[in-house]
Ligand binder design. Structure first.
Ligand code: NAG
Length: 614
């Protein structure tokens, strides 16, 4: 840098008159022919002048030369401006089409939406700025352009991911397989990589439609291809999170077993940590409540109201809420079961109105009016709300596994408290139960039975999250390294851990920036601790991203109908799921420009050159 600055200054003003050169954008440019000289040295400049133009201009005196220079400089500037305007307009048109294509992908609209947008845009332009019509009409938004741009954008994102991957110290994968309406299985693989600065990149790594039944081997082959294609070494893989299906988890022929085998073959030193998605686990815990019968009754009622009571004003908003929850039940029924807390609560609130309505339609409401049923409904409402709240805490992107685990631990503790309170006949954190209890005689409210259910739920949480409990020490290393018991820590980090714990500077840093930011401040002299932190930061707690991707895939497929091929679908999903990365529109535009530029007329990319004077 310093050297370049010195060069910049080395252009002397007197060379303007002497050699008819001027200085534009870091380069000496010949005022006569517009050529630029790469090296700003008097020798190069003089040689150009003497070989090309000296004969023509040698007879001018100093004043004439100065006048000539001024004249030529003015003309150069106006030429440049014209040139700049033309280029910047066509550049802008290309960039605009990229930006629109990205928006179309992100909103899951079909490619031909671009044509419609263009039509609207031109009409608006006619009224608002008719003089700009040409500029607007240069923006190509035809179906084919939008489709091509979409692929370019996705490729650019993938290239960026590959580039980033070179710096990864550790990475983890989240893998999920879901079936769409036409029974095609979709495999999605997300990657979370952590670089040496402990920055996290979380992106879609691969997406594949699998036809027919999928075995663990097929899933493994796809995942393996994803890892190999992006050129990531297997020994940096530290975590694998799946939805817990047998094809995924099988110790031998499941994905997990085969990845472990692959890592052995590759002589990887590290060990693969496997997680079953926290959110799935939580949903499965909820099943331990064994209250499906209540849910079944509620579902029947909702369906009846939907069929018969659509015009009832008081049910309208109720049905709207139900509608969104019931729209796609088949997929991961157990998981969706949880988000029904809202529906249950509305049912509970509207219970009297619902009964009246059913009676006017001649339905028997004896069961709904039964005290036992009402108590169970109330309990299910309350516990579902609590589970929903936990679920929300666990969802979202970029969640650190230790935080997710902390939320689960907190929930387990709450369950114990609730159980004790319930046993004492005081369901103070269960508002629906409280309101029912106030309505009926206290003796009828089955406190003991509900306390038992809470205890079963707590046991199920403990059982299902045993994997996480086993990792407790590693989690603590990330969440509070100063509290970790050194003797129980892995031997390879014990020395560094002692140094860390005894260093007051680092302790105050930890107190100041908090657990999430602290790992970045672990000094380079503690490489084992840094690597350990990178590994933990890379872990996925859930396959939430895969599920989210699946939703946007369904939306995309619906809008595109059958015309969407796999590559286009993959591109759209890569763009719409991108979070850590964003497409480099400037680079894409300049690539396009190079592709179409006539060679010799101008150079690509950063090199500025000028059209020679006639
Ligand atoms: C404590 O850590 C800081 C920051 O890395 C370092 O500069 C300092 O030398 C350490 N102090 C001791 C006593 O090791």
């Amino acid at each position: 840098m310093a050297k370049r600055k010195a060069e910049n200054r080395s252009f002397l003003d007197k060379w303007e008159a002497e050699y008819l050169f001027t200085y534009v954008k870091d380069k000496p440019v010949c005022l006569v022919c517009g050529v630029n000289v790469a090296v700003s040295k008097e020798y190069n400049i003089r040689r150009h002048y003497e070989t090309k133009h000296h004969d023509k201009y040698k007879d001018l005196d100093m004043t004439q030369r100065s006048q000539k220079v001024e004249e030529m400089k003015r003309s150069l500037v106006s030429q440049q401006n014209m040139f700049k305007k033309a280029t910047s307009q066509s550049e802008a048109a290309v960039k605009a089409s990229y930006i629109v294509a990205a928006e179309i992908a992100k909103s899951a609209r079909p490619f031909n939406e671009g044509e419609f947008m263009k039509k609207c845009m031109m009409k608006v332009c006619d009224l608002v700025c008719p003089e700009k019509k040409q500029a607007f009409s240069n923006v190509s938004l035809s179906r084919n352009t939008v489709a091509d741009r979409t692929c370019d954008l996705a490729t650019n994102l993938y290239d960026q991911l590959m580039e980033k991957g070179k710096d990864f110290v550790a990475f983890s994968l989240a893998v999920d397989e879901s079936c769409d309406a036409s029974d095609t299985a979709q495999l999605s693989v997300f990657i979370r990589g952590v670089d040496s600065n402990l920055c996290v990149t979380e992106e879609l790594l691969g997406f594949k439609s699998m036809h027919g039944t999928t075995t663990g081997k097929e899933i493994f082959e796809e995942v393996s291809k994803c890892v190999t294609e992006i050129k990531l070494p297997w020994d940096k893989l530290v975590g694998l999170t799946t939805d817990g299906a047998p094809a995924m988890c099988g110790k031998k022929s499941g994905l997990v077993g085969m990845v472990r085998e692959k890592m052995r073959e590759e002589n990887c030193a590290g060990e693969l940590t496997v997680y079953h998605c926290i959110i799935h686990q939580e949903a499965l815990c909820a099943k331990a409540l064994k209250m499906e019968h209540v849910m079944t009754t509620v579902t029947q009622v909702v369906n009846f109201i939907r069929a018969k009571g659509l015009n009832h004003r008081q049910f309208k908003s109720f049905l709207e809420e139900c509608g969104s929850e019931y729209a796609d039940v088949p997929y991961h029924t157990e998981v969706r079961w949880l988000s029904r807390g809202k529906v249950l609560n509305r049912c509970f609130e509207l219970r009297e109105e619902i009964c009246q309505f059913l009676e006017t339609k001649g339905k028997d409401t004896a069961e709904l009016r039964e005290q036992k049923f009402l108590c169970e409904l109330a309990f299910l409402c309350d516990i579902s709300s609590h589970l929903d709240a936990l679920n929300l805490q666990l969802q979202g992107r970029g969640r650190i596994i230790t935080d997710m685990y902390a939320a689960v631990r907190a929930f387990k503790t709450k369950l114990c408290l609730w159980e004790n309170q319930m046993l004492q006949g005081n369901p103070c954190h269960f508002p629906c139960c409280q309101s029912i209890k106030a309505q009926i005689s206290t003796a009828v409210f089955p406190c003991a039975q509900f306390a038992e259910k809470l205890s079963v739920l707590a046991a199920e949480f403990s059982r299902r999250f045993a994997d996480f409990d086993a990792q407790k020490c590693k989690f603590e290393l990330l969440s509070n390294p100063f509290a970790v018991d050194v003797e129980n820590a892995p031997t390879n980090i014990q020395m560094e851990l002692i140094e860390l714990q005894c260093n007051d500077t680092l302790k105050s840093k930890y107190d100041a920036v908090g657990a999430a930011q602290f790992p970045r401040f672990i000094p380079d002299t503690m490489p084992q601790l840094r690597t350990q932190a990178a590994q933990m930061l890379s872990m996925f707690g859930s396959t939430y991203l895969c599920e989210q991707l699946f939703s946007s895939m369904k939306m995309t497929k619906t809008t595109h109908r059958r015309r969407l091929n796999d590559e286009h679908l993959r591109s759209i999903l890569r763009i719409s799921s991108a979070q850590s990365l964003s497409p480099d529109i400037d680079e894409l535009e300049s690539k396009k420009r190079c592709q179409f530029d006539t060679p010799g007329l101008r150079h690509c990319q950063n090199q500025v050159s000028y059209i020679s004077k006639p």
